[in-house]
Design a protein around this ligand. Structure first.
Ligand code: SF4
Length: 226
């Protein structure tokens, strides 16, 4: 039997399974709406594949989420998982697309659940802004006034759950932000930097071009992205 190299096996598998997700024009994914406007803009012109570290993280997250859904199924009979939603703004011709995690029906009431795995629950003292926005858009699409964000600790499987109410003001703020970003995209105008924190820039795939304030079509942009 040949020597087994599990690290290579895992990496080979993850790279082979990597889905291509071409971004559709004038379409925004609910999970990206809370992020830095400049990052959302760059993504429309230059798609970067996640690195192996991120792929490993995704696969761990998926396994944890799957397990939690099984636990919900153990307790509740009526569950819809991974349901697709689309919200459309006809005047601006902008779409918001996404896939909610779980919708549990109990006694004619629906409970929307969005799961997030985390390195440690110690960092999660309140729901994170970008997760809140994502849930808000699912609530709007499903006509619900409430939803739950559940954080799961990757090491201990401890959970922390937050119940959120639909916030029309926050929802409208994000709508306006995305309409502005689409305008930036149409006019190829670089949006300002507005990261959620240092962490967003640290793990941003566009940090090099952003540091130089490069825009689509700039000479240096062309030479870096060719
Ligand atoms: S590096 Fe920071 S400011 Fe620049 S696009 Fe990325 S998240 Fe935004």
């Amino acid at each position: 039997m040949p020597e087994l190299d599990f690290n290579s096996l895992v990496e080979e598998y993850l790279l082979a399974q990597q889905d291509e997700h071409p971004i559709k024009p004038r379409t925004f994914h609910c999970s990206e709406l809370g992020y830095c406007p400049r990052k959302i803009y760059y993504k429309r012109f230059l798609q970067k594949k996640p690195d192996l570290k991120a792929l490993k993280n995704f696969v761990l997250g998926d396994l944890i989420h799957e397990k939690l859904t099984q636990m919900l199924e153990f307790k509740y009979e009526e569950i819809e998982s991974e349901g697709r939603i689309v919200l459309y703004l006809p005047r601006e011709d902008i779409r918001f697309a996404g896939k909610f995690d779980d919708l549990v029906r109990v006694d004619n009431k629906e409970y929307l659940i969005e799961k997030k795995s985390t390195r440690s629950l110690l960092y999660i003292t309140e729901p994170l802004y970008h997760h809140k926005i994502q849930l808000m858009f699912y609530m709007k699409a499903l006509g619900l006034q409430e939803g739950y964000l559940v954080y799961i600790d990757k090491k201990s499987f401890d959970t922390s759950c937050f119940k959120l109410s639909f916030d029309p003001e926050l929802f409208n703020q994000v709508l306006k932000k995305i309409i502005r970003i689409q305008k930036n995209i149409d006019e190829k105008r670089l949006p300002r930097k507005q990261p959620l924190g240092e962490w967003e820039c640290n793990c941003c795939p566009y940090k090099e071009i952003c540091a130089k304030n490069l825009n689509v079509g700039d000479e240096e942009w062309i030479s870096m992205t060719d």
